[in-house]
Design a protein around this ligand. Structure first.
Ligand SMILES: CC(=O)N[C@H](C=O)[C@@H](O)[C@H](O)[C@H](O)COP(=O)(O)O
Length: 235
């Protein structure tokens, strides 16, 4: 998909992240494709997904554009979102419209740089490049490296970024007020009101994952709240 067409499509709209890792009950491309379809029926305009199989299944069932990542752990590196060219190659094969890279300041496996990863994508595909960052400084680098979109995904998930319960609205605001590159608000957006707040900070689009597609986490929130309140009532 053309860059401008994709950016226009997601502007002011909701992207849903449909991901279930191997240790999650909804793991499997059939479940994720149906989750994607449910999101589409609800009005999502694109799907963020993990892994070649899920991306292919989601694209086939929904027809929506996909933002692809591959989560994989390598010993000796903390980077787990599309860490090496191997994952990039798998994403190119999947036909993902956007390839998302960890653009944090941490060392990648094999010492490959963000610059080399982006160059490889540009030379071997028409996919757009999204940079997942955890701080403003990483956003600056992502812009300098020519990423098509920046996402706040990793705020709270690097040792040096703030550990917030909710979304990192300050980071969204800082990035959107400094760059023309579209900023996607992502990470711990749990309510429609928070999504609206993210747009008020200038976000181009909003990604919601857990609050829509991880029922076990949502169930737990209810249960914990009930337990806490029954304790309060008893005391
Ligand atoms: C940190 C990390 O691994 N984030 C992942 C990135 O793709 C996903 O596990 C998240 O679900 C996604 O970013 C959406 O965020 P939330 O689920 O908070 O709405």
């Amino acid at each position: 998909m053309e860059k401008q067409t994709f950016l226009d499509l997601i502007k002011g709209k909701l992207i849903v992240s449909c991901q279930a890792l191997e240790d999650e009950p909804l793991h499997g491309s059939e479940y994720m494709a149906k989750m994607g379809l449910a999101a589409k029926i609800g009005g999502a305009v694109a799907i963020r997904a993990n892994g070649k199989e899920d991306i292919i299944a989601i694209k086939k069932l929904t027809g929506l554009p996909t933002i692809g990542i591959i989560k994989r752990n390598y010993s000796g590196s903390e980077i787990f979102i599309t860490p090496t060219l191997k994952e990039v190659e798998e994403l190119i094969e999947s036909g993902a419209d956007v390839i998302t890279l960890d653009a944090t300041a941490r060392m990648r496996p094999n010492g490959i740089t963000l610059h080399e990863m982006i160059t490889f994508i540009r030379e071997n595909s028409n996919s757009l490049v999204m940079a997942d960052v955890s701080t403003f400084e990483e956003g600056v680098i992502a812009v300098e490296e020519g990423c098509d979109l920046i996402s706040t995904t990793l705020s709270g998930y690097t040792s040096y970024s703030p550990k917030l319960d909710g979304p990192d609205f300050s980071l969204i605001k800082e990035l959107t007020s400094s760059f023309d590159v579209p900023v996607v608000a992502e990470g711990r957006i749990s309510t429609p009101e928070e999504a609206v707040m993210a747009f008020k900070q200038g976000a181009h689009s909003v990604v919601v994952g857990t609050a829509i597609t991880r029922p076990q986490v949502l169930t737990k929130r209810f249960v914990e709240s009930l337990e806490k309140n029954s304790l309060n009532i008893m005391s």
